[in-house]
Design a binder for this molecule. Structure first.
Ligand SMILES: [Zn+2]
Ligand SMILES: [Zn+2]
Length: 430
């Protein structure tokens, strides 16, 4: 999960979880194999690596999958791993985990806390699995193991994908560009899960758009610099930028359908060096979030038009407006979601609930964009007592990307294995 949903969304996510939720469903698919997964999890947690540097992590997962009998290809799209298991005719089901940690220090105090450091863009930085991708990796291996152990119950192809650099948005694209869907069986379905600070043992999902499209905006206003005491000789780009930042919100308020989701935020503004100098240029960086392509178009067109108009009002030249890094929304195929929500509910009962839309983004969207029906769901990772206390007004449970984020491995990993295995078995049932 890249770019955390704002606190408000997380609070909603927490409230959406039944307060009485506790241990996972009986009849677990894992049985005696759990301690190995916990050990794998702790190893991943202790040794996180940042995007496209996940060499140790990828090698460990490749080893695990070879031992289970998968055909394993390493170094796809940099550090990606593809593990294929052919078991007769039938559909191909992709199960994706991320490999990457985050460039930040861990402050959980756990016995297996990370002390890793890495060099990112020339800067030494601590690294931590503060988004829970280590939980995902353990559940990914656990599901592979459970499915191989039950290969008499299903027919088809498993395509287990370990993807680099989810946090940087570049991993899914790198794997696709390196032939993920051409050199290997193109999946009929793609599945992924993400741990959240909801109560462990619980599962959340949402049909249709589940996470937002994300686009980065870069705007440069050009004026004419000069003395702050002689503004009549200048074109002031600071005033242009100030007007733009305020008027921009009218695009949301007046042009977007109020029943549709959309956000525009300007997060950085740079210009000028001293109080008595009007600068030549001001640059701004912002983000646009949306679920529907129509809303995205309205917002981006509105940004471009408002920027031009703001410059024009001051007699300035047209600004440069660049839209980059666009990630599409994660869209859960509605028919597939209906089917798989039924599978989850049959196994987990009222521990399954519908998530509110998440305004964060995920490059899992790239697989859907490439034409694969996909289903992305969440599993809680927090002690239900802490979740209940937070809902009653107590301290919030640290969320993804917090230095204190610490999902409880047992039963969180077990829930992930159980859910993923049941979903794949349903899709591949003989
Ligand atoms: Zn994340
Ligand atoms: Zn994540």
């Amino acid at each position: 999960m890249r770019r955390l949903p704002p606190a408000a969304s997380l609070v909603l996510a927490l409230l959406a979880v039944p307060a009485h939720a506790a241990a996972p469903a009986a009849g677990t698919v894992l049985a005696a194999d759990y301690p190995r997964l916990q050990a794998l999890y702790e190893d991943m947690h202790r040794n996180p690596e940042t995007g496209f540097q996940e060499t140790r992590t990828a090698a460990r997962l490749a080893r695990e999958m070879r031992a289970l009998g998968f055909e394993v290809t390493e170094h796809l799209g940099g550090t990606g791993v593809v593990a294929v298991y052919r078991n007769g005719p039938g559909p191909a089901v992709m199960v994706r985990t991320e490999l990457d940690g985050l460039p930040m220090a861990e402050k959980t105090g756990l016995a297996y806390a990370s002390k890793a450091v890495a060099t990112v863009d020339g800067v030494r930085t601590p690294v931590a699995h503060a988004c829970g991708h280590d939980i995902h990796m353990a559940a990914w291996v656990g599901a592979a193991q459970a499915l191989v152990a039950r290969k008499d119950q299903w027919s088809g192809v498993l395509v287990f994908v370990a993807q680099p650099d989810e946090e940087g948005d570049r991993g899914a694209r790198a794997m696709l560009a390196d032939g993920l869907f051409t050199r290997f069986p193109k999946p009929d379905y793609a599945l992924a899960l993400h741990v959240t600070p909801a109560a462990y043992g619980t599962i959340g999902y949402r049909a249709g758009p589940a996470m937002a499209a994300s686009d980065t905006l870069e705007i440069v206003f050009h004026g004419r610099g000069g003395h702050g005491a002689a503004p009549q000789l200048t074109i002031d780009p600071i005033m242009v930028a100030a007007r733009f930042v305020v008027d921009l919100q009218a695009v949301l308020g007046r042009e977007k359908d109020p029943s549709e989701f959309g956000v525009i935020s300007i997060g950085a503004i740079h210009g000028g060096s001293a109080g008595n100098i009007i600068p030549d240029t001001v640059s701004l960086v912002g983000t646009v979030r949306s679920y529907s392509p129509a809303v995205r178009d309205v917002l981006i067109r509105g940004v471009e038009r408002t920027a031009r108009a703001s410059a024009d009002m001051a007699g300035a030249q047209a600004p440069q407006v660049t839209v980059r890094d666009g990630l599409g929304p994660v869209v859960n195929d509605v028919a597939l979601t209906t089917r798989l929500a039924g599978v989850l509910t049959a196994a987990f009962g009222d521990r399954v609930s519908v998530n509110p839309p998440i305004t964060g983004s995920e490059d899992f969207s790239e697989y859907g964009k490439a034409g694969v029906r996909s289903f992305y769901f969440t599993i809680g990772g927090a002690d239900p007592a802490r979740v209940a206390a937070a809902a009653a007004g107590g301290a919030p449970v640290p969320g993804n990307h917090s230095p204190l984020f610490a999902p409880t491995p047992e039963p969180t990993i077990r829930t992930g294995v159980e859910a993923m295995t049941r979903l794949a078995l349903d899709l591949l049932r003989r």
